[in-house]
Design a protein around this ligand. Structure first.
Ligand code: 5AD
Ligand code: SF4
Length: 470
């Protein structure tokens, strides 16, 4: 079993490096240096980038969105589909000219794609202007890597993936002021046959519940109103530890904290999703009425090939239980179209499941082979073009469902968190405890506030009237 507590020494060491980096970087650049963090991929990466920004701030850098204005450029990458990787290579390429004009700039690549041996080797060989490549489990060492490189060390490549202690107290610079991410665990042990994540993020490791609660308290007192708990498979939180806290219990403990805030979480795996969890969502008033439960495919044959460990029947029984227990529950899912060997008959099973459940929204992907995963070696006779047709068919079905669902909202009042400007001047937008966005008349002073909104109509978005600011 891994340890997660008492990593204070590790973070203190990095903090000391950060201070030395700040002094050295200022000397080299003759001014306060700027850092540009470019993030690809999922919320986990967005959350990791907030920690990268925290460490860079401690290292004396100020953040910029403008790559051409930065002395340090870091790409936090995603490997989940090929398209994501192609985009990263394109972006790294643009730093070549910047570096030529100003050789003092430092360029780094980290995250899931960087963790792949073949990618790190390709960068080593073909992208000599990249100064450092490091993997997902050593990101907390950024201040040290930066200090060493600024001091004249050679290019740094560190892909250590030893599933060791989770370093706590890494500084964080959050992107938002009222919506925030809170990672509760890292890694994945499921090895779905199409997925690269277990290879690039390593084994499942849960954070100490006390650390999670401390971070939640900090966020609440800083004014965060919407906290999303993150993990590849949050339902297996606590497994393999002696904390004695499972995910449902963690939710109950966060729910019991004082304050007016909302708790969201992602992602749940159907094989570990329990009635206890659904009951907990029902019973905890701060937990959003939303369940993101990816089913990936509606065909039992394909689910077996995917190594998902549940079947259509089990999935539907969970969904039906959630619908029964949680009033107005918003259900969302991830779906892969065109898994190797999937036939149109299999795909029709996915379509029928989508029709049966009536999801609020879907995240749909065409299968993308990932080198090193079992699925990449499977026979894949269906053309990309054919898969594209299936994909469009799925989108059309979901659009019809979404349209049909709209009428459910009209005339009802929802508590929304006002989170952005609306699509027209004078309007603001907010999300319900489910996943619906509603627009209403109001000013920017409402940002970050809970507002009761009565839905009147639909015109590309749900439109309502603000009744009460909470
Ligand atoms: N190809 C297509 N989609 C994938 N996903 C994961 N791996 C692949 C892949 N190789 C999708 C799954 C997962 C979501 C985050 O990304 O649907 O739930
Ligand atoms: Fe990938 Fe499956 Fe783990 Fe999700 S549960 S990250 S799809 S291996």
């Amino acid at each position: 079993m891994y340890k997660t507590a008492n990593t204070a020494e590790i973070t203190a060491e990095q903090s000391a490096y950060a201070k030395r980096t700040a002094a050295l970087a200022f000397k080299i650049y003759g001014k306060t240096p700027k850092a540009c963090v470019v993030t690809f991929g999922c919320q986990q990466n967005v959350s990791d980038s907030e920690r990268l920004k925290g460490m860079l701030t401690e290292s004396g850098y100020i953040m910029t969105e403008d790559m051409t204005d930065a002395q340090f450029i870091i790409f936090n990458t995603c490997a989940v589909r090929e398209h994501a990787e192609d985009r990263v290579y394109g972006n790294i390429g643009t730093t070549k000219a910047l570096k030529k004009a100003n050789p003092d700039i430092i360029v780094a690549v980290c995250g899931c794609m960087a963790q792949r041996q073949s990618v790190a080797e390709k960068i080593k060989r073909s992208y000599p202007y990249v100064d450092m490549v490091f993997g997902t489990q050593v990101q907390y060492r950024l201040p040290e890597f930066l200090y060493k490189r600024l001091s004249g060390a050679g290019r740094i490549f560190d892909l250590t993936l030893d599933n060791g202690e989770i370093p706590e107290n890494v500084p964080i610079k959050r992107d938002g002021t009222f919506k925030g991410w809170l990672p509760i665990m890292y890694g994945c042990d499921n090895f779905c046959t199409y997925c690269i994540v277990p290879y690039v993020r390593g084994r499942e490791r849960s954070r100490d519940p006390e650390q999670i609660l401390a971070e939640a308290r900090e966020m609440i007192s800083a004014g965060y109103k919407d906290i999303t708990l993150l993990g590849q498979n949050v339902n297996s939180y606590g497994k393999g530890t002696d904390y004695g806290v499972n995910f449902a219990e963690l939710l109950r403990r966060i729910n019991a904290l004082d304050g007016d805030f909302r708790i969201r979480f992602m992602t749940s795996h159907p094989k570990d999703c329990t009635k206890e969890l659904i009951d907990t969502i029902r019973d905890c008033e701060k937990v959003s009425r939303h369940l993101h439960l990816p089913f990936q495919s509606g065909s039992d044959r394909i689910l077996k090939l995917m190594n998902r460990h549940y079947d259509r029947e089990k999935y539907l029984s969970l969904i039906n239980y959630a619908k029964e227990q949680i009033e107005d529950v918003s259900l969302t899912s991830d779906i892969i179209v065109g898994f190797p060997g999937e036939t149109y008959e299999d795909f029709k099973e996915t379509l029928s499941l989508v029709k049966e459940v009536e999801f609020s929204s879907l995240f749909t992907f065409i299968y993308s082979p990932r080198e090193g995963t079992p699925a990449a070696a499977m026979d894949d006779p269906v053309s990309r073009e054919e898969k594209g047709k299936w994909f469009s068919e799925l989108l059309k079905v979901q659009e019809e469902i979404a349209e049909k669902n709209i009428s459910k909202f009209i005339g009802k009042t929802y508590k929304v968190l006002c989170d952005s400007k609306g699509s027209e001047d004078g309007f603001m937008s907010g999300h319900t405890s489910g996943t619906a966005a509603i627009e209403f008349k109001g000013g920017e002073d409402l940002l970050g506030k809970f507002v009761n909104v009565k839905v009147n109509s639909y015109d590309r978005v749900l439109l309502g009237t603000a009744e009460k600011i909470i």
